[in-house]
Design a binder for this molecule. Sequence first.
Ligand code: ATP
Ligand code: MG
Length: 636
Amino acid sequence: MNVSTRILLVDDEPRFCDSLAEILSLSGYLVTSAQSGEEAVELLTKDVFDLLLLDVELPDMLGYQIMDHLKGENSGAATIMLTGNATVTTAIEALKKGAYDYLKKPVDHDLLFKTIGKALTHSRLEQALRVSEERSKTMAEASWEGIVIHDNGQLLDANKQFFDMFGYQENELLGEQILDNILPAVSLPEVRLRIKNKTFGSHETIGLKKNGEQFPILTSSRHMEYRGKKVRVCAIRDITERVKAEQEKIELQKQVAITNKMETLGLMAGSVAHDLNNILSGIVTLPELLLMQMGENHEHRKIITLIQEAGQEAASVVSDLITVTRGATAQKRVWDANILVRNYVATTKEKGLDSQLKDIDIMLDCECRVSNIYCSAVHINKILMNLIGNAAEAINGKGMVAVSTKNISLDHPFLGYELIAAGDYVVISIRDDGPGIEEKSLKKIFEPFYSKKVMGRSGTGLGLAIVWNTVHDHDGFIDVQSDGGGTTFNLYFPITDKAVEEEADSPFIEQYRGCGENILVVDDQEKQQKIARTLLDSLGYKTDTVSSGEEAVNYIKMKEVDLIVLDMIMDAGINGRQTYEEILKINPKQRALIASGFAENDEVQKTILLGASQFVKKPYSLAQMGQAVKQALSQT
Ligand SMILES: Nc1ncnc2c1ncn2[C@@H]1O[C@H](COP(=O)(O)OP(=O)(O)OP(=O)(O)O)[C@@H](O)[C@H]1O
Ligand SMILES: [Mg+2]
């Protein structure tokens, strides 16, 4: 059917044009005619045509120049040139430009229809091919797979994704043998074998980027005919994200299994402990009765004492077992983790350390001002005792154990030894330079009764089970890192924004410890300067002293300090209030604390109104001064 075929006929001879138009219309073509190039170009901008019949020589232009205006929907239109003898060379020129054929005038009608038919078929095929090429190009470009066509490893073609995925410029490796470029040594033999054996289908392997980075890929290959050759086409997917997600899933499953196992074992240990406790009370108390009834020199006294001691030892194991059972922790309250850690380490050092710890350097590295945690001090001590003890046992001789604290904020859950929830934590770390824990054992160390030590001498294998359950009982988490260079246990305790409850009767000096803040003591008495300096230095501050208000003002001009401890009445020169007034002119935010031998008087009141935070009466105790300084420093 020619009904829908639209023809633009361009010829400047009206008679020829009309007769040809009529012939074509009678055959069902929709014909529009134009007598000049300009008219034709105009029509091409308004209408869509399937075919152009162009006279080679028009008054205003050469016919083939009209072809330059075939754009948009008209770009696929077929063109046939109509020519008199004299213009055949120009017609040939038109063919080079993409015209389908030329017909000599006068036109043979049969030949005209045949040529039109062939030209239309040709242009439709061309159009279809163009669409298909565009489609496959778009598909290839839109796909996130790299697509490579290669012949035994020689790159014949590839899409942009392939070059992007492997970090090459587009077309960079074309024509080259690329297997060595895109596969690391581990993947090469298998891929070569697949190519050699003509193995197709999916294959997971490792890819190599231009920058040397390796990444997991999934390839899917098949045979294809390409420019007359049988070649291999291969779709490559970067599966880094998938592999990562799978690994995370496996890790999580392992973690869930560990936690479940730990809980079951904990419960089991707890119920065993409960039964054992009842049984043991007989073994612990009855020998005592027997011993009371026996004479001093009774022949069985020694044996019964041994029974009694064994019973007591068993009872202490049972008490550990009870701690392993979740929920058995003692009363909790708000603590500054640094205080607990410092105290524990100090007492361990003080004890002169038993033989096991004598060659071990215990180092302490507390981050200043860690947040508070809600915990049981007894149990934190128990944790430290077990972890420091384990470290010392592992080192077995000379070595180092470092105990540290720091604040850590996790934006996302973090997969360590277990999955650690996002949140704000105080992390207590115990690091040793012992031999480390091998991977196989690492999975088991927290299980109750898991021990590599000689049973009875040390090693019931409950130490880390206690640590695990205690930390979890505090809603905390544990991470362990271990290699040949040593082991680190990181214990994550959730922070609390509640304040430490003051214990009025025993103010904890540790609570007032500073973090190296600079303090300037202004006092005209040398003795007072010395006292203040010794005291503040011992609390961890950096102290400087001056003997007059004027000196203090000059000092502040040279150097900033966090706090000034100010005497009110000084023998010569300006007094405390005047000094503070002058200093505020230099630094309006300067914090100050009044230390004076006299009760609060007018000058003191005025100084407080200026912004000084506190009044400490001389003579002051370490705790009083410590508390006042801490409070003054915490004011903004
Ligand atoms: N810091 C460490 N370095 C090397 N190995 C360690 C360390 N901490 C623990 N282990 C290993 O983990 C095992 C389990 O420790 P855990 O504290 O639970 O039991 P234990 O120390 O053997 O016995 P217990 O603590 O009951 O006396 C230890 O036997 C040891 O093999
Ligand atoms: Mg132990």
